[in-house]
Ligand binder design. Sequence first.
Ligand code: ASP
Length: 344
Amino acid sequence: MKDKRETSILIIYTGGTIGMVHDPVTGSLVPIDFQHITDHVPELLKFGFDLRSVSFDPVKDSSNIDPGVWIKMAETIEENYDNYDGFVVLHGTDTMAYSASALSYMLENLRKPVIFTGSQLPIGLLRTDGRENLITAIEIASAKEAGLSLVPEVCIYFDNELTRGNRTTKFSAEHFDAFNSPNYPPLAEVGLHLKYNYNLIRYSDPDKNLVVHKAFDTNVAILKLFPGLGFNLLDALINTKDLKGLIIETFGSGNAPTYPWFIEGLRTFIRKGGIIFNVTQCHGGSVEMGLYETSREMLAAGVVSGKDITSEASVTKLMHLLGVCGTREEVVKCLSRSLAGEIS
Ligand code: ASP
């Protein structure tokens, strides 16, 4: 068994509300110096762990996080992989589910925890939720049994729930309970005890080494369907220069209008080599193409079912696959299968 001090966790601060305090002079919110995180959260010293941190420079509001920053996060983990037992990524909540999804595809054969967390209120405020989120995320990142990490996945820990990153979505801009995982139960629930749902956690093959995929192709778009959607919008989208993949956020279990111009537009895009991925705009449940007439024609046209994937996990998956796969057929094949537990 390792001595407590031998447990080592790397905190990677990318930006977001959690790392903010009020500047005593101007009164405005400014990022803290993460080297001195224990000044703000002295409880961290009680872990007795080797707790280190790196801070991105500049730190980013998560609205400005893009695939380049995902690559930087993955490289930071890759470079430090052998030296730490787990990683805690501090990130703005707004696009946390996108980054966690992207990292879940990038870090193949991950065998150590990568726990994203953040907060709704800055760590410098009295009522902050950041302190508890950070402390418990560290506890989860360090949890082991028989020398092996309990949760060797990319997860989001927020407000007493640990969820798989690529199953999670932000649903509240107000409540501390800001995230949920509509189609997959939590990997752990936190109350008096930390209860892990072992049978839901993914464990990669111990004989395989970490492989980090660093290519993304951002030539994708999302079209959320709405009653009244016109031909012009679809036509403009499918004729967008270099567009390779289009996600259509459909109604209910994957339904769309049966207007001839709509299905013909999808067919034209597919004939040109484009990929159409059907993802439901419902917050829970799955696409079932062919169930209704309104999706049968899409199935026949070659539209790919997103099953029960979240919007965040779908767009990052499409960008990842377009970046790493050699052929269109390979992208289509991989879209339908689970890469990191993102679909059932
Ligand atoms: N705008 C912030 C961000 O996502 C909000 C937050 O940190 O929760 O970066």
